[in-house]
Every structure is written in C-alpha cells, then in structure tokens.
Design a protein around this ligand. Structure first.
Ligand code: ATP
Ligand code: MG
Length: 286
C-alpha cells in the first residue's frame, strides 16, 4: 500500500472534532459514521483509523499508521519513537499538581514523601526527578480527582482546563508541570512515496492554518492618508488600492494577522480609515 497513507485520529473525545474538521478544511472528503473504525477518503489517497488517543503514538511508531493526531501529553507519556511534524493549535490544556484546598503550599518540596495519583506517571516522574522530589506515584486511569477524598493519595496530577473539576472535588491547583496541544505525528520510517502524499497534505494544512490566523481587511480612506494606511497594513506583497466613486477617496484591501489587527485598528482610524470590514480567509498560499 505505497500509494495511500493512513492517519490515526481519536475516535471520540476532546481531539476528534477539531482533528476531523482540520482534515475536512483541507478539502478531504470521507465518511465517519458512528462506530466506524476505518474509513477511506473518496478524493485523497488517505485512510482513517479511529482509535483511543492512548493507542495513537504506538500505532504510528509501529508503522501501522503513517500519521496521527494526538495531544502532546499523551505523546510524551507514551514515549514512542515518532516525528512531531506540526503543532496544530487546538486541544490546548495543562497538566497540573493539585492538593486539598485547605492545605498550605510552599513549593514543590510539599510533595516530598507524599503519594500522588495520576494517569501520567512518566511526565510526573520526570518532573519530580528534575526537582529532586521523592514521592510515591499511584497510576490510575481515570477519575483521578477523587483520589485524595477517598484516601488513595495526598495529591493528584491531572489535566486542568478551567479548574472547576478540581474545585468540585475540594482541590486547588498548585503547580503547572506540562503544557499540551494537539500535534501531527509521523512514522519516522515512512517511505519516500508516502512522504510525497504527506507533503501534499501538509501543504493544504499550512494553507488552512495560515488562512485562520489572518484576516482580509477592506476599508475606505481619504487619498491623503493612503501612505500612512499602507504602512499600517502592508499585506502580502502590497495592498490593493481602488478609487471610490467619490472623488478624493480610495478603498484599501489588504491581509493582516488577526492578533495585529486589534493593535492597529486605533491607528488606522486615527489615520482617517473608515468603513472597516474584516473578512475571514479560508485558505492562504504564499
Ligand atoms: P480516549 O477515550 O480516546 O482515551 P480520553 O478520555 O483519554 O479519550 P479526552 O478527554 O478525549 O481523552 O482528551 C483527549 C486529549 O485532549 C487529552 O489527552 C488532552 O491532550 C486534550 N484535552 C483534555 N482535556 C482537555 C480540555 N479540557 N481542553 C482542551 N483539551 C483537552
Ligand atoms: Mg485516552
């Protein structure tokens, strides 16, 4: 099977929806009915394996799948031989240590000689070793937050997003030990023929990601302010300037990074820009 690549994605959970929409935004069509474990695209040489996220690093390092989308937390924890091709910017979360709310906390030394429940024994073990703290790690696979209240452990190490689960279980976050987001991983032993297909996919993913982080801006400005406005929104090569029907005014079209837009808007207005429209970009190829 040299002319088709296989990608492992999470079957259902916090990675699935964004993983599948990224692939769809790349123009790749496929069917993923509920309960399906495998699917083939109808318009791109790619096959999907729908798996538990725990299994994705192993499938990719064994070469059963050529690519995978997984959280960095799971990737580092599983410690498999794979190449990280690209950070994907979704499923962002952190792995933190937490202790019962009422306890004092003066630093990581707090955990010396204590027991900590976690589903991430490797990441936690490495962190404790780096900080020269000796603690007992209890590996459990789920509902880690209840461990202190049932007397299983004195602290926990788990994924935190808003902190509300911790609060509900009478815990407080005391130390962030790892930051994670979804990444695209690849089998390091992939064949050149498959690599060509991966490169085509990456070209599309980059165009989608670039499009998402930029906006198309249209605005009207008096001709006297054009130099200033062009310097604020220089665009890809340079902005497009079209005359308005009203004498002395122009319409300026350009592309701007989304985070820069909010920084520049006041200056654009001060320079005389008005009727500013900001439009999403679907794909962007430089
Ligand atoms: P599976 O059944 O596939 O083993 P799971 O229960 O282990 O799923 P999920 O809860 O679906 O895992 O989370 C998958 C990944 O999404 C996590 O490993 C982490 O990288 C990320 N993640 C977890 N919680 C959050 C959150 N609250 N916000 C954003 N991303 C998260
Ligand atoms: Mg899992």
């Amino acid at each position: 099977m040299e002319n088709i690549i296989r990608i492992a994605v999470q079957k259902s959970g916090r990675l699935s929806e964004d993983s599948l929409s990224l692939i769809k935004e790349c123009g790749i069509k496929f069917y993923n009915g509920t309960g399906k474990l495998k699917s083939t695209s109808t318009n791109f040489p790619i096959e999907f394996l729908f798996l538990r996220d725990d299994d994705i690093p192993g499938y990719v390092s064994d070469g059963v799948a050529d690519l995978g989308i997984v959280g960095e937390n799971e990737l580092v924890e599983k410690n498999k031989e794979v190449t990280v091709v690209k950070k994907l910017g979704f499923s962002k979360c952190r792995l933190s240590l937490a202790i019962p709310k009422g306890e004092e906390y003066a630093g990581i030394g707090h955990f010396e000689g204590k027991s900590i429940a976690t589903s991430y024994p490797k990441i936690l073990g490495d962190y404790l070793e780096k900080h020269r703290v000796k603690a007992e790690i209890h590996e459990i696979s789920g509902s880690v937050e209840i461990a202190p209240s049932i007397g299983l452990a004195e602290g926990i190490c788990d994924i935190v997003s808003s902190g509300s689960t911790l609060m509900m279980n009478g815990l407080k976050e005391v130390e962030e030990i790892f930051r994670s987001e979804a990444v695209l991983i690849a089998d390091p032993k992939i064949s050149p023929a498959k690599q060509d297909i991966v490169d085509k996919l990456l070209f599309r993913m980059n165009a989608v990601q670039k499009g998402k982080s930029n906006k198309y801006v249209l605005l009207n400005a008096p001709n006297a302010s054009l130099d200033r406005i062009v310097s604020l929104i220089p665009g890809m090569r340079s902005p497009t300037i079209l005359p308005l029907a009203q004498e002395g005014w122009s319409s300026v079209h350009s592309v701007i990074a989304e985070d820069q837009f909010w920084e520049n808007i006041e200056e654009l207005r001060a320079a005389g820009a008005e009727g500013i429209l900001v439009v999403p970009i679907e794909k962007m190829v430089l």
